[in-house]
Every structure is written in C-alpha cells, then in structure tokens.
Design a protein around this ligand. Sequence first.
Ligand SMILES: NC(=O)C1=CN([C@@H]2O[C@H](COP(=O)(O)OP(=O)(O)OC[C@H]3O[C@@H](n4cnc5c(N)ncnc54)[C@H](OP(=O)(O)O)[C@@H]3O)[C@@H](O)[C@H]2O)C=CC1
Ligand SMILES: Nc1c(N[C@@H]2O[C@H](COP(=O)(O)O)[C@@H](O)[C@H]2O)[nH]c(=O)[nH]c1=O
Length: 338
Amino acid sequence: MRPYTILSVAMSVDGYIDDATDERLILSNDADWDRVDELRAGSDAILVGANTIRADNPRLKVRSERRRAEREARGLPANPLRVTVTGSGDIDPAANFFADDHHVVYQGASLSTVVSELFGRGVRRLMVEGGSAVHTAFLTQGLADELLLAVAPIFVGDRKAPRFVNDGTFPVGRMVLGDVSRVGDVTVLQYFPDADRYWLRQCVEESRKCPPSDTAYPVGAVIIDVDGTEIARGYSRETDPISHAEEVALTKAAGDPRLSTATIYSSLEPCSTRKSRPRSCTQWIIDVGLPKVVFGLREPSRFVVGEGAERLAAAGVEVVERADLADEVRQVSPLYSA
Ligand SMILES: NC(=O)C1=CN([C@@H]2O[C@H](COP(=O)(O)OP(=O)(O)OC[C@H]3O[C@@H](n4cnc5c(N)ncnc54)[C@H](OP(=O)(O)O)[C@@H]3O)[C@@H](O)[C@H]2O)C=CC1
Ligand SMILES: Nc1c(N[C@@H]2O[C@H](COP(=O)(O)O)[C@@H](O)[C@H]2O)[nH]c(=O)[nH]c1=O
C-alpha cells in the first residue's frame, strides 16, 4: 500500500520550473501560494528532491497560522512531515529542511520503498513538490495519482533552465483532465496520469452507493468513450433489487454508437453466470461489442464461480485486470473478505 500522491508544480508557459540563475524563480502569485498552502495543510507529508533543498532551501511548512491551528485541532502535527530523497546524502545540515525533528531523509532507497515506508508511518496523502528529477521518477514509475500544474503567464526561454520533467517513459495514453481553475493570472490544471486507475476509482465510488445485500457484492461500473468522455455509469441494485452495475450502465448507454469503441470499467470482474437472470454481464458485453474491459478485483468464488475474464478474452475482448486496485475494491464491503 502507498499514499495517495499529488504532484504539485508551478511552471512557465514554456514548461520551465525555474530559470538558469541562482535566484529562485517565483512563478506563483499570492493567491496561488495560498492554494499551495491549502494543499500542504491537507497533506500528511511533503516530499522534495535533494537538489531542491540545495537550490531553494525551502521551509516546506504550512504558512497560514489558521491552517496550522486547524491541523492541531484535528490532532495532527501543525505541519506535514518533510521528506527528501538523496543518493549522495550530501545535504547541508543547516538547511531549513532540518529546522525541527519532523522530517525524514531516505538515502539510496527506491521510490517504491519510500512510499510504502511512508504509508507504514501513517502517511495517507503525500504532496510531491519537485524538482524535475523527482517528478520524472514519480510519473515514470506510476506512483503519481494526481498532477496539479500551475501555469504562470511568463516565458523562461532558456534551455539551461530546469523543465517540469526530464526525458523518460511516461504513462502511455491520454491523462484524465479534472478541474481547470483560474487563480488570478495563473491557470491550475488538474490531471490524473493513470486513466485506468482513475476510472476504476470512480467505479469504487459508485459501488459505495449500492443498497446493501448479504447475497451480492456492491459493484460500480463506468463506460468511457475512446476520447475519455463518460458515456454512462451504474451500480448494483440501482434500478431494481437484482440489477448488476455493468447491466445498469449498459442499459443506460443502449444504442449509443460509441459503444463499439468504448471501454467498460468495473470494480469487480464481470459475472459469467447469473442465478437470477439468463444473461451474464460477460455475455452482455460480448453481445454489445465493447472492445475493452478493465476491472479491479477477480470475482471471489463465494456466490458463483467467476470466469468473466477468461470468457471475455476468448471472445476477443481486451481484458485488463488491475490487481493494484483490488484492495480499494475490497474495502467497500466486508462481504469481499468474508
Ligand atoms: N516551480 C516549482 O514548482 C519547483 C521548482 N523546483 C526547481 O527544480 C530544480 C531542482 O530540480 P532537480 O535538479 O531535478 O532536482 P530534484 O529536486 O528533483 O532532486 C534530485 C535529487 O534527488 C535525489 N534522488 C534520490 N532518489 C531519487 C530518485 N529515485 N529519483 C530522482 N531523484 C532522486 C538525488 O539526490 P542526490 O543528488 O543527493 O543524490 C537527485 O540528484 C530547482 O531549480 C528548483 O528551483 C523545485 C521544486 C518545485
Ligand atoms: N517557485 C515556486 C515553487 N517552488 C516550490 O516551493 C518551495 C518553497 O517552499 P517554501 O520555502 O516552504 O515556501 C520550493 O522548494 C519548491 O518546491 N512552488 C510553487 O508553487 N510556485 C512557485 O512559483
């Protein structure tokens, strides 16, 4: 397990996060700094690379007294844990980073070890504040859940300056665009880099709406067009006491020509046998001609034996099992672990 991880960066319109001088470049305006402060206050830990400590000597604390007091009122430390990663270990002990004991330095550890260790310390929401090498590592290793890009209306125009990311193998496909907001003259773009993970989490949220049952799992399903637009969504027992999530979403989308190129996401593997209805969700998906299915958890063989993934694949449907989301699916109902 690892924390929900948000990458936060301020950049120029030409993609630079600093200039090539020794002076730190301020890209945010006052309102944007306040937004960043809110984000810090909502995080359990803030991570930066060792070079950012060397270059900027950041404090990495919550600036607003009110927000620090609110954190303490919730039983949290006034500031999030400060975290850095270093290979060399060469960081000035007089840096602001070491201002108090509420910090941790990981030397020579892989990022996946760092994030799981942070989770073990109780960090559930991690904010990563750069710089380029660290952002590149989180994105290329699939460890970023959310990306907040604050685009400042300036050009840097100097290739010696650091860019938002270095070269690397980034997530394939288009990211999901979340909010777009205007903060004075800065535009803040919210992206979800791993689209499959994002949509499966939407399914998990849908599954929380299911009327409870002792004999059927809570499931959520979402159908997404190739361009990333949502076509329909549904959850188990939404429309009648025995309806399945995929069935509900497919019924809402019936006749939509985009289904022939769409993907259906489901928190649980689509069923291959049904006690209550003649047509399984697997069969329904094959009949409609959906080319791709992504699911989080294999159907536990408690109520029926699940062969959805195998049958779909045999029918030529592309099937993606995201076992890394299985725990999030399971957490919705004790039935999954019974
Ligand atoms: N505008 C903005 O929002 C921000 C801008 N910046 C700017 O970014 C620049 C610094 O970026 P950059 O030089 O890329 O450095 P980083 O801050 O990304 O730090 C890189 C260093 O982190 C350490 N490290 C350890 N493990 C890893 C790992 N798995 N992946 C990557 N790094 C690891 C290494 O330290 P070591 O060398 O000790 O071995 C490495 O040299 C500065 O100019 C700063 O002002 C920084 C943050 C935000
Ligand atoms: N320059 C820049 C950012 N830089 C980030 O802010 C950190 C400074 O933290 P602190 O010393 O606590 O204020 C710095 O190390 C870097 O991570 N961030 C932004 O949102 N906007 C900006 O324009």
